[in-house]
Design a protein around this ligand. Structure first.
Ligand code: F6P
Length: 428
């Protein structure tokens, strides 16, 4: 997907259209994609047709509402899906250089002038950002289970100059489907107040209705122009793995209020390091101690370039313009000769992929610097890039993160060694 975006970066607009029968993990996939893209600094939003349906015709619709042979209901469902599609196209075209006509959108374009409101100084040069703002990726979350429907979506997107990418979730594991129904569907607003077994039976009937007309994606759709991936049995390997993250022990630079550098630990920082093993032992098992230790260049602190070794006050005196600019847009501000938070998240991508791939029970503990820990923390909690650079990550505190399907659990273990507070709030 990054490739598709990079092609037209920094102004790429992409519709990612989900495909699949109900309870196949489409919403789970869409949320994961959105969280990842948001973390990378793109604008990403889900348009869930189920939500539009509930709003338009109410939540308490029985399985028959999804019968493709029922003309009245099919028409209602198509109208709801089209409303969601229109909203998606309108959102995608915001700030786009392609002035989309109201005919293409069925509603007026909300386009804004290129680069409006953005300072020209040291604009981003990395994928996903620049004059005009970051890329926009919409996730169209619905079954989209027939060729005809996909053709309709594709045509509408083409008219609006939007690239389209399809993601099909296929699941042939009955246990997994039942797990999805019980975990997600029965707790949805569609089944409030239903007896569990009645709700399960109704949902299975709904799936059967969709299955009647379901056509899996084939490579010859749109005359062979279709771009797609198929994901099989998503969620099958999801097990609850916890990650631990913390900053290093307090450093001399931390004490002196200086940024950057790789200065020595302060006496309190050394105390933290000494206590760490004992703390880890109590929170996990001794296996942690014999665990392989890796040093990763990717985990270096955000490079502050010419500001390295200065205090915030010194930076303000020497580079007042930069100092203000950073406060105005901390995620995108790039230090002279250094990095921005946006650069940092791109640098940390392999670390995140590694964590996502980690399927063993053995825990991973990452010790990093303030900005690095913020970026990793933000990924797991789905925190926006406006908020990311201001996340509070105190020294001498271990954060345990346990990602779940739709959220992330957190626990903080404060190690009993005092440390300075290096947090600097937004001033301007
Ligand atoms: O102060 C410690 C530190 O890790 C610095 O080296 C780094 O520049 C800074 O934190 C990052 O925090 P912020 O982005 O809030 O300045």
């Amino acid at each position: 997907m990054e490739g598709l975006l990079a092609e037209e970066s920094p102004l790429a607009r992409l519709a990612c259209v989900m495909v699949g029968l109900p309870a196949r993990g489409k919403t789970y996939t869409a949320r994961k994609i959105t969280r990842y893209l948001t973390w990378l600094g793109h604008r990403s939003r889900i348009f869930n047709v189920g939500n539009y349906r509930r709003e338009a015709v109410g939540a308490e619709k029985k399985a028959d509402f999804f019968d493709p042979q029922n003309i009245e209901f099919s028409t209602q469902r198509a109208a709801v899906a089209e409303n969601a599609l229109n909203d998606m196209l309108e959102w995608l075209c915001k700030g786009s250089p392609h002035q989309v006509t109201s005919a293409a959108l069925n509603s007026p374009s909300l386009g804004t002038p290129l680069g409006a409101g953005l300072a020209p100084y040291r604009q981003m040069s990395v994928a996903g950002a620049g004059v005009g703002g970051p890329s926009r990726i919409a996730l169209y979350d619905a079954t989209n289970s027939t060729k005809e429907r996909r053709q309709f979506i594709y045509d509408r997107c083409c008219e609006a100059n939007i690239k389209v990418f399809f993601v099909e979730n296929i699941c042939d594991d009955d246990n997994l489907i039942m797990h999805n129904i019980k975990e997600v569907k029965l707790t949805s607003p569609d089944y409030v107040g239903w007896e569990t077994q009645d709700a399960i039976n109704d949902f299975i009937k709904r799936i059967e209705h969709y299955a009647k007309s379901y056509e899996s994606i084939s490579a010859d759709e749109f005359g062979g122009a279709i771009s797609f991936v198929k994901i099989f049995n998503i969620g099958k390997q999801v097990i609850a793995i916890s990650f631990y993250i913390s900053r290093h022990g307090e450093s001399m630079y931390n004490l002196e209020g200086k940024i950057g550098g790789n200065s020595n630990l302060s006496p309190q920082g050394i105390s933290f390091a000494q206590k760490l093993q004992g703390v880890i032992e109590t929170i996990q098992t001794a296996s942690f101690l014999n665990y392989p230790k890796l040093q990763w260049k990717q985990l270096d602190e955000l490079s502050s370039g010419s500001c390295d070794g200065l205090t915030y006050e010194e930076i303000e005196q020497r580079y007042p313009e930069d100092f203000m600019e950073r406060d105005l847009d901390k995620f995108n501000y790039r230090y002279r000769g250094g990095e921005s938070y946006r650069d940092l998240v791109h640098r940390l991508e392999p670390v995140i992929l590694e964590l996502e791939r980690h399927k063993e029970e053995d825990p991973i503990y990452i010790i990093g610097h303030q900005a690095v820990v913020r970026a990793i923390y933000a990924y797991f909690h789905g925190i926006s890039h406006e908020e990311l650079p201001y996340i509070k990550i105190p020294l001498h505190t271990i954060i345990k993160l346990t990602p779940k399907a739709y959220h992330c659990l957190e626990e903080r273990i404060v190690v009993d060694v005092p440390a300075v507070d290096t947090f600097r709030p937004k001033h301007h």
